[in-house]
Design a protein around this ligand. Structure first.
Ligand SMILES: NC(=O)c1ccc[n+]([C@@H]2O[C@H](COP(=O)([O-])OP(=O)(O)OC[C@H]3O[C@@H](n4cnc5c(N)ncnc54)[C@H](OP(=O)(O)O)[C@@H]3O)[C@@H](O)[C@H]2O)c1
Length: 229
């Protein structure tokens, strides 16, 4: 039997399979994320973003400002916060962007920040717990807490608890807790909160805090079912 390679390529089945493969590849192709493509407007919404003077937090704050939200940058440094505030106002053209000081590693600072928010804001629709740190030298805070736990988990936990009634009252509202892929390396041991039994290997404290973020977020979501928060 005589055949040529061209006979195979011109076969109908080959053409159909190629077309199907092309459709699948196109559907699965990774498209770069473009926040400007999102049509959701945030006019009339108030959002707090912790750690908003740099990195992911600043980008989120800028995005919310562009969409017209009232944006509160919750930062621990007045100088770094003011620089970000100016930049976000300039780029977005939204002057309804404000700075409030917050150090998530200090329970006193968290309480003071929350008290001011409850005094000044009638509504709160979005809380982004973004502030976080890794690689911190081991230290116990004035509250007796290990610094990475205080910063990444306990401070944000207290802040959210203090603002929860306002969020519920403002529903639909959303709480976003920024964790990390590294949470899978973490363990739950409540003695870690006070710095006991903690290894410094490969930033173990950070991984533990990020696992606590995930567990807490799951439980919070369960408790908030039906509240539109
Ligand atoms: N970048 C990544 O690849 C990655 C991956 C997984 C998860 N994450 C998580 O994403 C979040 C943001 O990360 P990033 O990469 O944008 O980090 P980043 O650029 O280092 O920014 C961290 C922000 O948190 C603030 N912050 C740190 N400690 C604070 C405290 N005690 N009180 C108030 N603010 C504090 C920092 O303020 P200062 O400028 O004053 O220090 C800064 O604004 C973190 O929760 C991080 O764990 C990041």
């Amino acid at each position: 039997m005589n055949w040529e390679w061209s006979d195979i390529y011109s076969h109908q089945l080959w053409m159909v399979s190629t077309a199907i493969l092309a459709i699948i590849v196109r559907a699965l192709r990774k498209v770069p994320w473009n926040p400007r493509a999102c049509p959701v407007e945030l006019k009339g919404k108030t959002a707090i973003i912790t750690g908003a003077n740099t990195g992911i937090g600043k980008f989120i704050a800028l995005d919310f400002a562009r969409r017209g939200a009232r944006v509160i940058l919750a930062c621990r440094s007045e100088a770094r916060g003011t620089a970000a505030l100016q930049e976000i106002r300039d780029i977005s053209g939204n002057q309804n962007v404000h700075l409030r000081l917050l150090d998530t590693s200090s329970l006193e600072s968290v309480r003071k920040f929350a008290a001011r928010i409850l005094e000044e804001e009638k509504e709160l629709h979005i809380l982004v717990n973004n502030a976080g740190a890794s690689g911190l030298p081991s230290k116990i805070t004035a509250d007796g807490l290990e610094i990475t736990f205080a910063t990444n988990h306990i401070g944000p936990f207290l802040l959210t608890s203090l603002l929860l009634d306002l969020l519920k009252k403002s529903a639909p509202a959303r709480i976003v807790n920024v964790s990390s892929m590294n949470h899978w390396k973490g363990e739950v041991d409540f003695s870690h909160f006070r710095g006991d039994n903690l290894s410094n290997v490969m930033d173990a404290a950070y991984n533990h805090t990020k696992l606590h973020n995930v567990i807490w977020t799951n439980e919070l979501a369960r408790r908030l079912q039906g509240t539109d928060c």
